[in-house]
Write a protein that binds this ligand. Structure first.
Ligand SMILES: C[S@@+](CC[C@H](N)C(=O)[O-])C[C@H]1O[C@@H](n2cnc3c(N)ncnc32)[C@H](O)[C@@H]1O
Length: 309
């Protein structure tokens, strides 16, 4: 895997582009502007989650999800791994490398009482996008650490690994702040489970097949993996209600669907680009969308883009 160059580091976190190099410069707000912390990844997560909507919200929501951490060679990490076998759980500290900024207030999926301050959540959109997951240690082979219960995307840079020490890290009776309002019988509501049926109308099937041939995106897979978790509007999952139905955004495609009982019925796909955007530019992605719109002219008003996560 490509190891990114060491970051120069004079930029603020907010100006680091999306898919930032994994070597991250973290500006500590509490320190003088000149004092920076430079962090190098020790390795990368390999998991089956390619998109944010596919990953579990927390390790407990993806019990058994297998992944591995591939540590970088030439850094003496084989010695650093010694004595880790025998620990059942590990803290993995990682970098949310797919974030493109942070928000002071976020809407957690399990909040029943609106937005929350980001420091009172485990949301990825943090000023320093550092993630923390207690995963299960399955085994170690050389520089590869096999884990389960991983909620990280494929390619996630890993910053550190520490043993989960039950006697000091576990506080099962601790109060849960705003989450308590969403709690029933002492247990938080479960994360959404794949329980919805997803059906594609003939037009949507034809469009999805065409996109499969002309775009690298597995649109059908993404539609199914998102909507089987339920069609409720949520910016995190890029679903919103329209006057005439529901809309799911998957990258730059807009998926119109309706809901009946526990079935989401996909009606048609539209391009997420506006006509003016499609008029110019030699970007190959735009070519695909131009050809799509020529074949399936828009159904009406251009679909609005659901809130980005
Ligand atoms: C709510 S966060 C919790 C992560 C960690 N357990 C924590 O508490 O810090 C989990 C979500 O982060 C997102 N995610 C995982 N890896 C990511 C990455 N490398 N970049 C951006 N988002 C990521 C996925 O959407 C996943 O569902």
């Amino acid at each position: 895997m490509k190891q990114p160059a060491r970051a120069a580091g004079s930029r603020d976190r907010e100006s680091i582009p999306r898919k930032t190099p994994a070597t991250a410069v973290v500006t500590a707000a509490a320190q003088a502007a000149s004092a920076r912390l430079v962090i190098d990844p020790i390795g990368y997560v390999r998991s089956s989650f390619l998109a944010k909507v596919e990953a579990g919200r927390q390790p407990a929501a993806v019990r058994g999800a297998a992944a591995r951490i591939e540590l970088l060679p030439g850094r003496h990490f084989e010695h650093a791994l010694e004595d880790l076998i025998g620990w059942e759980r590990l803290w993995v500290i990682f970098w949310f490398h797919h974030n493109n900024g942070w928000r002071p207030k976020v809407l957690p999926p399990r909040s029943t009482t609106g937005r929350k301050g980001v420091f009172a959540t485990r949301a990825p959109h943090r000023p320093n996008p550092i993630g923390l997951s207690a995963v299960r240690l399955v085994g170690i082979e050389g520089l590869t650490v096999h884990i389960e219960d991983a909620d990280m995307l494929d390619g996630t840079p890993v910053l550190d690994i520490k043993p989960y020490v039950a006697y000091t890290d576990s506080h099962p009776g601790a109060a849960s702040g705003w989450l308590a309002a969403a709690t029933t019988d002492g247990a938080p509501p479960p994360d959404p489970q794949p329980a919805w049926r997803v059906a594609l109308e003939p037009l949507a099937q034809e469009q999805v097949a065409w996109i499969g041939e002309h775009d690298t995106l597995d649109l059908a897979g993404r539609i199914v993996s998102t909507l089987t978790l339920g069609p409720e509007p949520h910016p995190y999952r890029r679903i919103r209600r329209l006057p005439e139905g529901m809309l799911l955004a998957v990258k730059d495609w807009r998926v119109k669907f309706s809901v009946r009982g526990r079935e989401a019925r996909v009606l048609r796909i539209d391009s997420g680009y506006r006509t003016a955007q499609l008029a110019g530019g030699a970007d190959p992605a735009l070519e695909v969308h131009r050809a799509f719109v020529a074949r399936w002219p828009r159904s009406g008003r251009p679909s609005p883009a659901p809130d980005e996560r």
